[in-house]
Design a protein around this ligand. Structure first.
Ligand SMILES: Nc1ncnc2c1ncn2[C@@H]1O[C@H](COP(=O)(O)OP(=O)(O)OP(=O)(O)O)[C@@H](O)[C@H]1O
Ligand SMILES: [Mg+2]
Length: 212
């Protein structure tokens, strides 16, 4: 299991329920998107904290380096340190390693900041389509694609023109945490008469200006 330190996770019950429901079904492929700093990664880490999960955070590094890092993640989760020494040149080989690990058990593969992989290799959505159709969808793997570049997520994961179109089983557009969730945490501190309204006004203007 992946141990992720997560301090004071707040709310997101509906989103966690959606993810748990997806986890229980076959062939789940979830796209999560939303503005920067809205809480996408935090939500995903909360969801996977008690699961067998391969969490990969993409960056703008060259593709060979990305494969090397994913191989490191796979090596760590599977306990197969040999994989760290293999030079992978094909994403499909890496996805196959994930699918073959404990085939009878459900696993989660997270690709966070997915648009970065598309930036470094425009063919990545079609590579992933192939991996999903041929390897992952029947292999007890739940796939989560996450990203904050809305236009890229629309174009490469959600739209009709994307090779991945028609594969996802759910999508979550993450919104700011509702006031009620925040209040449940701050309520104790803000219990003095009048301060609730003040807190709400501050929160409301943050939402208006999209600070939260
Ligand atoms: N549900 C939550 N409970 C507590 N803290 C949260 C929650 N969601 C987000 N945060 C906090 O807000 C900050 C931003 O969250 P996070 O990094 O998950 O956002 P993100 O959408 O992944 O951002 P980016 O697009 O930049 O990767 C973090 O410091 C995180 O700890
Ligand atoms: Mg993030």
């Amino acid at each position: 299991m992946l141990e992720v330190a997560q301090v004071n996770f707040i709310g997101r019950k509906e989103e966690l329920n959606t993810l748990e429901k997806e986890f229980r079904r076959d062939g789940s492929f979830v796209v999560i998107y939303g503005r920067r700093r809205i809480g996408k990664t935090t939500l995903i880490k909360e969801f996977i904290k008690d699961k067998q999960a391969f969490y990969f955070l993409a960056t703008e590094e060259v593709e060979s380096q990305s494969m090397k890092r994913l191989a490191g993640v796979v090596a760590r989760v599977t306990g197969n340190s040999m994989l760290q020494r293999v030079t992978f040149t094909d994403w499909l080989d890496l996805f196959r390693e994930i699918a073959d690990y404990r085939p009878g058990e459900k696993k989660v593969l997270v690709i966070d900041e997915f648009p970065y992989l598309v930036k470094t290799n425009a063919a990545f959505p079609s590579i992933l389509q192939n991996a999903w159709d041929e390897i992952l969808k029947d292999s007890n793997v739940m796939l989560i694609l996450c990203g904050s570049l809305l236009s890229m997520m629309q174009k490469h994961a959600l739209s009709h023109d994307s090779p991945l179109y028609g594969r996802r089983s759910a999508q979550i557009r993450l919104k700011p945490l509702p006031f009620t969730d925040l209040y449940a945490v701050t309520g104790d501190i803000l219990h003095k008469k009048g301060e609730e309204q003040e807190a709400f006004a501050a929160y409301d203007s943050c939402r208006q200006w999209e600070i939260l």
